[in-house]
Design a protein around this ligand. Structure first.
Ligand code: MTE
Ligand code: MO
Length: 553
């Protein structure tokens, strides 16, 4: 049997085989990078690094659109998108390599360099080793592409006749034994080494799959210590318990958001493509900066031994559209942040302190800036350790996150926190502020119709309209509902828990046949009623009334 053909493949076949080579080289590069990232750190892999860099550079309007379209799946969509782009580029480089072999491989190296630069440019990158996954992956991919396309022979020249080949073996990169037993080695630089190509391609695909899966598994097991440290946490009984939720604060009604949001249902908004897994036993928090007389450096156990408070607090994201889902209410346990700051000698600006901004930094390089005045004005700002009776879930900031009632998450709720610096708003712009969001952002009074859903078809007669309204730290005073252009009718408000929690409301609507637009608006305890004027989420939160269109049958 003869597996080598004197005539190299041409035209479409040649391009297809080149494209296949490119794709295999791309897979090998990603797989090797994934494996190496397990040895460096999971965040240093090219897809995560490029994804993170993309998130950092995404204009707010595109980010808003992505969150709106894909919700919490936005990160998965982003990573799949990156892989799709890489696949197209790999196909193109492979085709290019059928003509200019070296150029294809150099192209792979260029993309490796891009991945390496992205990894080094991430805010949480502290070591040049972060470049290794992309670089080693690219070298592997480039070498494979060079080798595979070498099997295709040179397109320009016809192969020498078999006889000549037998008597004068031409040197090749890898000799292939002639199974026909002629004793000939080498197919000639211009021959098409079909068997070598198929073998190499299959081997490369198998090796890539193996390396990729091994890398995945190793990266997945990285957080073992963190997982173990979370399992060991026993939350003490807080010194200051939350008052029991008053009877009548939690309505039982189909379709309404439950008064307490479970951890599994709590919205998640952050820039982390890989959820940070922090080992609580080695975690430290440092408090330092302007006006700090005594720097503080505390461990997780130190915090557990301090007097703890337990509070129900409703958290809201500034990216929440009118009627959107990024709001949730949980019972948190933590240390009063003002207590810690006072221990360090920090005074708020109103008492002559030099720092007006508290910058929280997370292990993944996020920076979040909060007015020192707000943190120290008596509200229950805290470093939270517990959420709904358990240690914080990893997605929500384990081991410790910040919370400040009344402020949007991006200016108050740093997850995976590890550093607090007292500074000024003039001296430092945080992550989101650099991206055109407002420096200060108290939560805007908002209300939402949870039921009926948009385009629902309720039966004529009694229809329960219900939802939630929030104005954290001011409190909700009144909620009104309007049917079409009719008069505003007051909704029934559930009992208030605290001014820091949302309030459920309901309205018994006597629905008549036909299409109807239901609109809601809330008034907070400062006397301000939600404005009708619709604004975008950027720079400091959406305003406007939520409405739902239904058809009554
Ligand atoms: N480290 C870190 N903390 C973060 C963020 C982030 O991207 N990284 N996002 C903030 C934003 S915008 C919000 S709204 C809240 C969301 O908290 P949750 O995901 O627990 O609901 O976390 C805040 N803390
Ligand atoms: Mo947010």
């Amino acid at each position: 049997m003869d597996h080598t053909s004197p005539r190299p493949p041409r035209g479409f076949t040649r391009l297809s085989l080149g494209a296949l080579s490119g794709l295999l080289a791309g897979c090998a590069a990603i797989a090797v990078a994934e494996l190496v990232s397990a040895a460096v750190r999971p965040e240093s892999g090219p897809v995560v690094a490029v994804g993170g860099a993309a998130i950092d550079r995404t204009p707010p309007s595109v980010k808003d659109w992505a969150i709106r379209e894909f919700g919490t799946n936005d990160k998965l969509v982003l990573q799949l998108g990156i892989l799709a782009v890489l696949a197209v580029l790999a196909l193109a480089l492979g085709m290019l390599a059928t003509r200019w072999r070296l150029v294809g491989s150099l192209g792979v190296l260029v993309f490796g360099a891009v991945g390496a630069l992205a990894a080094l440019g991430r805010p949480d990158s502290t070591s040049f080793t972060d470049a290794l996954p992309s670089l080693t992956g690219a070298v592997a991919g480039a070498a494979l592409l060079y080798w595979l396309t070498g099997r295709l022979g040179h397109p320009g020249h016809p192969a020498p006749p078999r006889d000549a080949e037998r008597s004068v073996p031409t040197p090749t990169l890898t000799p292939v034994t002639d199974e026909a037993g002629t004793g000939a080695t080498g197919t000639g630089a211009t021959g098409w080494d079909r068997r070598g190509f198929v073998l190499a391609a299959t081997a490369a695909a198998a090796a890539s799959a193996g390396a990729g899966l091994a890398g995945r598994a190793l990266n997945g097991s990285q957080g073992q210590n963190a997982v173990a440290s979370r399992k060991k946490v026993v939350l003490p009984v807080p010194e200051s318990r939350a008052a029991p939720v008053p009877k009548g604060a939690a309505l039982r009604m189909d379709g309404i958001s439950p008064f307490m949001t479970s951890n599994g249902d709590f919205y998640r908004v952050d820039t982390a493509l890989v959820v940070p897994k922090v080992d609580a036993t080695s975690w430290r928090l440092r408090i330092h900066g302007d006006g700090v007389d005594r720097e503080l450096n505390v461990s997780f156990d130190d915090l557990l031994r301090m007097p703890l408070i337990e509070r129900n607090i409703t958290l809201t994201c500034v990216s929440n559209e009118v009627g959107g889902p990024y709001v949730g209410n949980a019972r948190w346990i933590g240390v009063r942040l003002a207590d810690l700051l006072e221990r360090c000698g920090v005074r708020p600006p109103s008492k002559g302190g030099p720092a007006d901004q508290l910058v929280a930094r997370s292990v993944d390089g996020m920076t979040i800036g909060t007015p020192v005045e707000d943190v120290m004005d008596g509200r229950d700002a805290m470093l939270a350790l517990g959420m709904n009776g358990e240690p914080l879930p990893f997605e929500h900031g384990f081991p410790v996150r910040m919370l400040v009632p009344g402020l949007y998450g991006y200016v108050s709720a740093c997850k995976w926190i590890e550093d607090i610096e007292l500074t000024t708003f003039d001296a430092y712009d945080t992550y989101w502020v650099k991206r055109d969001w407002a420096r200060k952002a108290p939560i805007k009074t908002q209300s939402r119709i949870d039921t009926p859903k948009p385009f629902a078809r309720p039966k004529a007669g009694a229809v329960m309209v219900a939802g939630v309204a929030w104005a954290q730290h001011r409190g909700i005073e009144k909620v009104e509902v309007r049917v079409n252009d009719g008069p505003w009718e007051e909704a029934r408000l559930a009992t208030e828990d605290t001014s820091d929690t949302w309030r459920q409301w309901s309205y018994a609507w006597r629905a008549t046949k036909g299409q109807a637009t239901l609109t809601v608006r809330a008034t907070d305890k400062s006397g301000t009623t939600q404005t009708e004027k619709r604004t975008r989420t950027i720079p400091d939160g959406a305003s406007g009334w939520h409405s739902v269109v239904v058809t009554v049958d």
